[in-house]
Design a protein around this ligand. Structure first.
Ligand code: 13P
Ligand code: ZN
Length: 270
């Protein structure tokens, strides 16, 4: 099977364009990775050891022997759909060694500069739920604006968003992880992100952007949309004087009881 015929590759191209249209992926902002299913991987017929090998210290065991679709570093999301060969590709993660192989695509390029964080986040999420195979990062505008205004405390931040719309609790009962600003692309931000990803699907990077994970690209994107929407409504309400308190703890608990959800421990008072 041609790697570009995998439905998820097409989906990634469409969604990346949509994200760019929304203004969430200016220039090369944002990156996406997707762990292929075993069936998809087998259909490719790649022979390990034949691709370009690139060093990567600390490859997590959870992704060894797997194939990962990923966007290229420096790729512009508005161009992705018209140039999959250079701006995206599929990497094979060997069973051993601090490296990966470029099996398809990524011509004249390399995976995102945050590939190590993606692989580690993938491994962490797969350990929590074997179905979680997508990692998505971008610069969703309202989320970013919110990091300039809202409390820089993940419990307060989560509660602020839960109170905004009913769907917030439904989509992210585990809450939001918050990493205060630090330079991206390094070990510090990666370690802090992974720690929070162990029991959450969303991590916000202050003054930078957001990481979401999911079972599919649409799942991760839906979560991202919801978080961004909550932030947008919160900011609008704040600008208008924020006169009403939003959904109180009793109401949030009622949502959980109705939909069979477990809210993050210690966040609600009832
Ligand atoms: P890449 O172009 O390396 O994917 O980086 C984009 C980005 O958003 C960095 O945080
Ligand atoms: Zn970024």
């Amino acid at each position: 099977m041609d790697w570009k015929s995998i439905p998820t590759v097409k989906e990634a191209a469409e969604l990346s364009y949509l994200m760019w249209e929304r203004g969430w992926d200016e220039a090369n902002g944002g990156n996406i990775s997707y762990l292929l299913t075993d069936e998809e991987a087998e259909s490719l017929g790649y022979v390990p050891g034949t691709g370009r090998t690139i060093e990567l210290p600390g490859v997590p065991d959870g992704v060894r022997g797997k194939y990962v679709f990923v966007t290229a570093t420096g790729s512009h999301f508005r161009e992705l759909k018209d140039n999959l060969d250079e701006l995206t590709g599929i990497c094979y993660i060997p069973e051993e060694g601090d490296c990966y192989e470029i099996a398809y695509g990524l011509e004249n390029s390399r995976p995102t500069s945050e590939f190590d964080t993606h692989l580690a986040a993938m491994a962490v999420r797969l350990a929590a739920d074997p179905e979680q195979r997508v990692v998505m990062h971008n610069h969703a505008t309202s989320v970013l604006a919110m990091t300039h205004v809202a409390p820089i405390d993940e419990k307060e931040f989560t509660l602020a968003l839960w109170r905004v719309i009913t769907e917030a609790m439904v989509l992210f009962p585990d809450g939001i992880g918050y990493v205060p600003w630090c330079v991206c692309g390094g070990k510090e931000i990666a370690d802090k992100t992974l720690e929070k990803m162990r029991d959450r699907r969303i991590v916000i990077w202050g003054y930078h952007g957001v990481f979401t994970t999911g079972k599919s690209l649409h799942d991760a994107f839906g979560l991202l949309e919801t978080v961004n929407k909550c932030c947008e409504v919160w900011l609008t309400a704040e600008a208008c004087g924020h006169r009403n308190p939003g959904i109180d703890d009793k109401g949030l608990r009622e949502i959980c009881d109705t939909f069979g959800l477990t809210p993050r421990e210690g966040y609600l008072t009832c």
